[in-house]
Design a protein. Structure first.
Ligand code: DGJ
Length: 692
């Protein structure tokens, strides 16, 4: 029998879908690009597996939505109930298809149950990212507990997976696990993306490294909490599913997953990472101010203690250090002297700002800085005028525990969204404001996709009416970082940890999906407010310079020497930010776990910078040679250790880079690597290079 086949592909990868008869299609191939002469019919025929004892007589495929009705022996792609509460086990049959140059939409129907399943798949020709989304429609109101974005099998030779966990001040923790029989399920019940659940997975082999080997990387672009299933069936086949957190969609006629982004890389984790980074830079984020302005945020300088004269003086000092944007954080509205009150009352506090925000904004603008302001729109304190007027706007039960003393507004309500729109629009219309830091400091009392849809609608409306205003997504640091929010915002506050040693690890692991241009990184106080650790100014400054740079300490605490360091590094960042904003972050492999090293490679490959941070003493005396990546093996590069003056007296020898620039081929740099001077822990070597 002729199979129906479809192909999405480019020079990097091919995805071949096939189905026999009217069944839902399955991916019969996903991997390195296939030659043009390949017959997809043959691949469809070759994909049929044998059956033996203990199996049904025809193995149900890992289709784009594996069906329980086909005796699929694992987690199905849809779990739902009809109006009477009976389980729905649809049998979908082909209805129609639409194909375009880079995408396809496949429609399947179960006419008995009056359900239709729409599967959208496309491959972005610029970044080679697959984007896949499932959409279910029912003639009757039904309950859907689980709907997977299009499901792809994982090849058997990929035996490991890397998943993300984390916590406040330690986001993006990665963990490498072996596949094993059964399902590994991550079901995020917090109602937001959350510190502990960055919605991504990388499937790889034990050999895959940053720079070599195969990897399949996935990201679910949704801010309301996701569910991930990575399952090995008893027959040995493996599948990966992503969708909204279970049971988070209300009874309805229409259900839609968020887009699942995925890609195959034959060049290690970096091969996938640069595609996600590029997609965010070039496709997802729109309207970000370029060049990216150096940020100043006053939170860790003053907290809730806003005094106009002090803030003016802080802004002046920040400007002197090189800041180009000043963000007024929490504490400017209602009677917000601590975190027990006023969320919801988005009116300037006349006790702190008797003449409104204008005097501060005028001062900031006179220094040449843009003015930004903090909001936490989705939240409400019991001690607020808003709560006194509209306690019925609160999401969840009356006796729920609060989080950071606050409750959550029901964002699915039109009146709530209108109220928030009016408050925020008024502040934006009455003041010269170019930036919002949009915070979200607690998990939700109920897991409800409508909450996230309401949030998206509010931001979309504000973006349409205030297109010049940039938005930063923050949720106690990196609690809401995902492609759903990044479609609507311009920057993420990656973590509340301004401890640069922690930050090195967090931003290193986040770069598997995020480019530098959207990743906020601030020079924090000398003694970190979240870890109590004292960190030298150079380490703090260079760590921030690896991403979208900013400051978040009280500049009045800086010694002259520290201020000089900050000015110098900020000057360097400004001189390089144009090309770095479109550079790829390539993580470098090292056998030394004390080293976090990355190479930011310009789009044209003609220049790069290497940051090699030693976060603790190494076990061996000398540094291992640092092997680079992504270079033209035949080209020659001239490399300068730009902060060689920082070499300590304990470095008694004369490694070449300590006193000279090195000219070497891409092949040498990638195979042998750089021999760097000995240094103390908590230092960063910075190397600039140009193709000769
Ligand atoms: C949590 C954020 O992550 C901080 O940066 C700061 O904005 C506070 N909230 C303000 O309450």
């Amino acid at each position: 029998m002729q199979a129906r086949t479809w192909h999405l592909g480019d020079a990097h990868q091919s995805l071949v879908l096939a189905s026999l008869g009217d069944c839902l299609p399955e991916a019969v191939y996903w991997g390195p690009a296939l030659p043009e002469r390949e017959s997809y019919q043959s691949l469809a025929a070759a994909a049929v597996t044998d059956v033996t004892g203990g199996m049904v007589d025809r193995n149900a495929p890992i289709s784009l939505n594996p069906e329980a009705s086909q005796t699929f022996p694992g987690q199905s792609g849809l779990t739902g109930r009809d109006a009477d509460g009976n389980p729905l086990t649809p049998r979908f049959r082909f209805s129609n298809e639409t194909t375009s140059e880079h995408g396809l939409t496949l429609v399947y129907a179960d006419t008995d149950l009056e359900l239709s399943l729409v599967l959208d798949l496309s491959m972005d020709p610029e970044t080679s990212l697959l984007q896949m989304q499932t959409h279910l429609e029912s003639a009757h109101k039904i309950t859907v507990d689980w709907l997977a974005a299009p499901v792809l099998p994982v090849p058997a030779h990929m035996g490991e997976m890397i998943e993300y966990s984390g916590r406040w001040c330690a986001e993006f923790l990665t963990r490498r696990l072996p596949f094993a029989p059964g399902a590994r399920v991550r079901d995020n019940r917090t109602g937001r993306t959350d510190h502990a659940h960055f919605p991504a997975l990388i499937v790889c082999s034990s050999q895959t490294s940053n720079t070599s080997g195969e990897a399949y990387a996935y990201h679910y672009g949704w801010s309301g909490g996701h569910r991930m299933v990575a399952e090995e069936l008893a027959d040995g086949r493996r599948q990966v599913q992503f969708g909204h957190a279970s049971a988070s969609m209300k009874k309805n006629h229409v259900f839609r997953t968020a887009p699942l982004f995925a890609t195959y890389s034959g060049t290690g984790f970096n091969g996938a990472a640069v595609r996600f980074q590029k997609y965010v830079r070039n496709k997802l984020v729109s309207g970000a101010r370029m060049p990216r302005p150096v940020h100043y945020n006053c939170w860790e300088a003053v907290y809730f203690d806003h005094k106009l004269d002090e803030l003016k003086s802080i802004a002046s000092r920040a400007a002197d250090l090189g800041a180009e944007r000043f963000v007024l954080d929490d504490g400017w509205f209602g009677q917000r002297d601590d975190d027990t009150s006023s969320l919801g009352d988005w009116v300037v506090d006349k006790r702190k700002y008797p003449d409104g925000l204008k005097p501060l904004i005028d001062h900031v603008k006179s220094l040449g800085l843009q003015f930004g302001i903090w909001f936490e729109p989705e939240m409400i304190n019991e001690d607020s005028d808003l709560f006194r007027a509209h306690s019925e706007w609160v999401l969840g039960s009356a006796d729920q525990p609060k989080g950071r003393q606050q409750l959550v507004l029901d964002m699915s309500r039109d009146d709530v969204r209108d109220y928030l729109y009016d408050c925020i629009a008024k502040v934006l219309a009455e003041n010269d404001i170019g930036y919002i830091k949009w915070d979200h400091n607690r998990v939700l009392p109920v897991v409800d996709a409508a909450q996230t849809e309401g949030l998206y609608a509010l931001i979309d409306r504000l973006r349409a009416d205030f297109p010049h205003v940039e938005i930063e997504s923050c949720a106690s640091g990196g609690g809401r970082v995902d492609f759903g929010i990044l479609k609507r915002t311009h920057r993420v506050w990656l973590s509340d940890s301004n401890d640069a040693l922690e930050r090195q690890r967090i931003q290193h692991d986040a770069s598997l999906f995020l480019p530098a241009s959207v990743t906020g990184s601030h020079v924090g106080p000398r003694v970190s407010h979240t870890s109590g650790r004292t960190i030298n100014a150079k380490f703090r400054a260079w760590t921030a310079a690896q991403r979208h740079m900013g400051f978040e300490m009280d500049p009045r605490e800086l010694s002259d020497e520290e201020a000089e360091v900050l000015k110098t590094v900020t000057g360097w960042w400004k001189a390089n930010r144009d090309w770095m904003a479109t550079a790829d972050i390539l993580r470098l492999d090292s056998a030394d776990p004390a080293l976090f090293a990355e190479q930011q490679l310009a789009e044209d490959g003609d220049r790069f910078v290497v940051f090699a941070a030693l976060v603790r003493p190494s076990n061996q005396i000398l540094q291992y040679p640092l092997r680079l990546t992504g270079l033209d093996r035949n080209a020659l590069y001239r490399i300068t250790l730009i902060n060689r003056a920082d070499a300590t007296g304990l470095s008694r020898g004369s490694p070449f880079l300590k006193n000279n620039d090195l000219e070497a081929s891409g092949q040498y740099l990638m195979s042998h690597g750089l021999t760097l001077p000995w240094r103390f822990p908590e230092t960063i070597w910075v190397l600039e290079a140009k193709r000769i």
